[in-house]
Design a protein around this ligand. Structure first.
Ligand code: C2E
Ligand code: CA
Ligand code: CA
Ligand code: CA
Length: 280
């Protein structure tokens, strides 16, 4: 093998050293990324299944790494969580998303919303950012319900009291809340009633086989009916085909996002598409 010569004399250390070095580099690179302007948010349209108009955007983070190229969240968010940098990154994402929501309320629709993802680690750690966010929203003149915080079901399973308190803080701030990846967690149904949320996002795994699996269709229909009874709106994720879109519309689903409409887009392209969707 090509490493044979080197490894013959020290079996383990090179790899361990490389791994440690890689983590150190990643940490240093990540610390610079915000100030160097290497983060970009892509925006994926969330489309009304009733009108076809783009009503909201989900903010999806990307990192233009100086040597490694374009990185998706899976390649750096777990690391940023493990060393706490996720709090500063999340602060940047929140402010950038709010600034963009404010611009789009002027150019697309006065009630336009931007959805911001929040990992379980962030959810536990970023409470001291809240005052700063409220001040920022006030400075922008952005109504607070313009930001929808997306949390996964797994967050709701980490000690109910603390989670409830945090969610109540969001509500008190006037932000909206969406339950992401719905259906993949444990005891989903009780969460809908127990926690004060605005949107349920049906996970892609229930959408991808909709056209061939009657069980998945029945599940989607049941989630939609139940959510509506509880006064929540439903977003279907990962919609890739016209057939899936049609079945979800027939099932009464409110919104959908996925490649059948658009991939996550740079802000400029997003705005163009959203404006176009309203011309019909
Ligand atoms: P998510 O919140 O479940 O986001 C949906 C993911 O599905 C996105 O991947 C999106 O690009 C992808 N997607 C959208 N439509 C389709 C489709 O039709 N088919 C398929 N196969 N995939 C589709 P992405 O952008 O790589 O993000 C992955 C995850 O990273 C997100 O999952 C979210 O949990 C996390 N994430 C993204 N941005 C942030 C952020 O700013 N902060 C935090 N904490 N997490 C983020
Ligand atoms: Ca999400
Ligand atoms: Ca999701
Ligand atoms: Ca997901």
């Amino acid at each position: 093998s090509k490493n044979g010569g080197r490894n013959r004399f020290s079996y383990f250390t090179p790899d361990l050293q490389e791994a440690a070095q890689a983590r150190q580099n990643m940490g240093a690179d990540l610390r610079r990324a915000i100030t160097a302007g290497q983060f970009e948010i892509l925006y994926q349209p969330i489309v009304s299944l009733h009108t076809g108009a783009v009503h909201k955007a989900e903010a999806l983070l990307r990192w233009h790494h100086p040597t490694r190229g374009l990185l998706g969240p899976a390649e750096f968010i777990p690391f940023a969580e493990s060393n706490g940098m996720i709090v500063d990154i999340g602060d940047w994402v929140f402010r950038e998303a709010a600034r963009q929501a404010h611009a789009w309320q002027a150019s697309i629709d006065p009630s336009f919303q931007v959805n911001v993802n929040k990992s379980p680690v962030q959810f536990r750690r970023d409470a001291d950012m809240y005052d700063g966010w409220l001040t920022y929203l006030e400075q922008l003149g952005l109504p607070r319900q313009s930001i929808v915080i997306e949390i996964t079901e797994s967050v709701l399973m980490q000690g109910a009291e603390q989670v409830l308190a945090r969610l109540q803080q969001y509500r008190a701030m006037g932000l909206q809340v969406a339950l992401d990846d719905f259906g993949t967690g444990y005891s989903s149904l009780s969460h809908l009633k127990k926690f004060d949320i605005d949107y349920v996002k049906i996970d892609q795994s229930f959408v991808s086989q909709l056209e061939t699996d009657d069980g998945d269709l029945a599940l989607c229909e049941a989630i939609i009916a139940m959510a509506h009874k509880l006064g929540l709106k439903v977003v279907a994720e990962g919609v890739e085909t016209p057939g899936q879109r049609q079945l979800l519309a027939e099932a009464g689903c409110d919104y959908a996002q996925g490649y059948v409409f658009a991939h996550p887009l740079p802000a400029g392209e997003f705005e163009e598409m959203a404006r176009e969707s309203r011309k019909a």
